[in-house]
Design a protein around this ligand. Structure first.
Ligand code: ADP
Ligand code: MG
Ligand code: ZN
Length: 515
């Protein structure tokens, strides 16, 4: 019998609020010295009273809206009871019955090489709720004074989290990865979190079960099988590997007639496998009850306020970059996925629009020429930015925000290429110089003699010399072996040290050979 994996995710996103969830302590990151951002509230001292951080509530609602969720009129907090040394109150303040967001969805595009190859995957968002994070335990490896010891840093205790729960709509490890990458892009676009998995700003639990399907791929029954939950994965790669591993492990169990049981498992990255931690707890185990120290929140006003302030989301930005400027899908995705590029590229394109406006051929040849020019610019900008400049920045571990080249100079550089004032070989050299000095491209082109300023008479002579030096090849071209022309263009270009325009070179070769 054929079985397919059924996957649902629970994602914790750290909200980037100034202060913690229920007190005025700073919401610091891991770099802060241990236990320096704490107070009686976030360390759970008896009698301390929580007060809700309004910024966290707003950011939770905004994230819910970005995921297409309904924002209910009222939301409330509950106590989730369990005992653990990193949970000083003995319970976590979370949301159970009345979360801030319900019933949304996110549709992601799946690249062709991912299996099963469905072009789009629509992932239902069950809910998103606010809760406080736990503190952090450190197991002292050598112990303290000879005794085994665990140290607790309460800086993270009670910092705000948004937990996003999806429907079991994923069908492969790749789908989970693309979803998480898109989720990260959304959290960044709406500025509620940097959602960096490596820094623990986004953490993921994966739930996996296997389902019997018929030859057409349709389920043979209407209920799902028992799942396992793999906790706290902190990289895209770990998520993919854990799902692949569980799929195999569970398939093998079905094959040997000992089906898997519901359980919570951990991921051992170095061994590349999941390990059973405990049988799965159910919500009844947590004895949820309404948090008596926090009144229910009326969300109607926030909902109205934020409705018209939802920023452009990554999918919309990609579409706009394609439609407005003519960028390829791959370039648009690159700009959206890498911080700082969208702003940078939009400034370049607005500079270039100025050049287009000012150019004479617009008046002569109308809308079509204008569209062509736009397309040429988009190709040049896309190529030179995503492969060449991004490469130079990566070598020095810099982001586009630290680039020495400002968008105005980059636009001028593209304009020089488009005007064929510099060819692409010398263009690389010019870009390198701009990258190093931050200088203006026209000046650098002149001082380093990189322009295409070859005199027509000189070009004629150089072509002649090269044709005479290679008489057999010249005859072959005359006899119709056209691809050889490119070889001649190459050697002439080298001879001119890149100062000639390759198109002009080819024209001159054809003229002299009469082909
Ligand atoms: P919890 O894990 O806290 O008990 P839920 O029961 O609501 O919470 O499930 C959480 C996640 O598990 C959701 O993402 C859901 O889609 C997924 N899930 C639930 N049942 C299954 C199943 N049989 N197979 C795969 N995923 C499942
Ligand atoms: Mg769970
Ligand atoms: Zn505090």
């Amino acid at each position: 019998m054929k079985m397919i994996p059924i996957i649902g995710l629970e994602i914790h996103v750290q909200l980037n609020t100034k202060s913690k969830m229920f007190c005025s302590c700073a919401n610091v990151d891991d770099g802060a010295p241990p236990n320096t951002a704490i107070c009686p509230i976030c360390t759970g001292q008896p009698g301390a009273l929580p007060a809700l951080n309004a910024e966290a509530l707003k950011k939770g609602v905004l994230a819910g809206m970005a995921l297409g969720c309904n924002i209910p009129n009222t939301s409330a907090f509950d106590r989730k009871n369990y005992f653990y040394p990193d949970l000083p109150k003995g319970y976590q303040i979370s949301q159970f019955g009345l979360p801030v967001a319900l019933g949304g969805s996110l549709t992601i595009e799946i690249p062709e090489d991912a299996l099963p190859n469905r072009e789009f995957a629509r992932i239902g968002i069950t809910r998103a709720h606010l809760e406080e994070d736990a503190a952090k335990n450190f197991h002292a490896p050598e112990g303290i004074e000879g005794k085994p010891a665990t140290l607790v840093d309460y800086n993270r205790s009670s910092t705000p989290l948004l937990e996003i729960v999806t429907e079991p709509d994923f069908r492969s490890p790749a789908e989970a990865k693309y979803f998480l990458q898109e989720l990260r892009a959304i959290m960044r676009a709406i500025k509620v979190s940097n959602a960096d998995m490596e820094k623990g700003q986004m953490r993921c639990d994966v739930n996996i079960s296997m389902l019997e399907v018929d030859d057409e791929g349709f389920p043979t029954k209407s209920t799902l099988n028992p799942r396992t939950e793999v906790k706290n994965l902190n990289s895209f790669r770990a998520v993919e590997r854990a799902i692949a591993y569980e799929t195999q492990r569970q398939s093998a169990l079905y094959a040997s007639m000992t089906p898997p049981v519901e359980a919570t498992r951990g991921w051992d990255d170095s061994q590349g496998k999941t390990i059973e931690q405990r049988t799965k707890e159910s919500s009844a185990d947590y004895r949820y009850f309404p948090e008596p120290d926090l009144p229910p929140q009326d969300l109607r006003e926030i909902r109205e306020e934020l409705k018209n302030r939802l920023p452009e989301l990554p999918a919309q930005t990609r579409l706009r970059l394609e439609q407005e400027y003519g960028f390829s899908k791959a370039n648009a995705s690159f700009f959206v996925a890498n911080e700082g590029y969208v702003e940078y590229v939009e400034q370049i394109m607005s500079e270039l629009a100025g050049w287009i406006e000012a150019s004479d051929d617009k008046i002569e040849s109308g809308a079509e020429a204008l569209a062509n020019k736009k397309e040429t610019f988009a190709k040049l900008v896309g190529g030179w930015l995503t492969s060449k400049l991004a490469g130079l920045l990566a070598e020095k571990n810099l982001t586009i925000k630290d680039a020495n080249i400002n968008p105005e100079n980059f636009a001028e550089f593209i304009h020089l290429l488009e005007q064929k004032a510099v060819n692409s070989m010398n263009g690389q050299r010019l870009l390198q110089l701009m990258h190093e000095s931050g200088g203006d491209p026209s000046n650098l082109m002149e001082t380093h003699n990189l322009g295409q300023n070859m005199d027509d008479g000189d070009l004629e002579m150089i072509v002649k010399r090269n044709l005479e030096a290679n008489p057999e090849k010249a005859t072959e071209v005359k006899n119709g072996k056209m691809p050889l022309i490119k070889w001649f263009v190459g050697i002439v270009m080298r001879d001119t040290e890149g100062k000639a325009d390759p198109m002009k070179v080819e024209t001159e070769i054809r003229k002299q050979l009469d082909v």
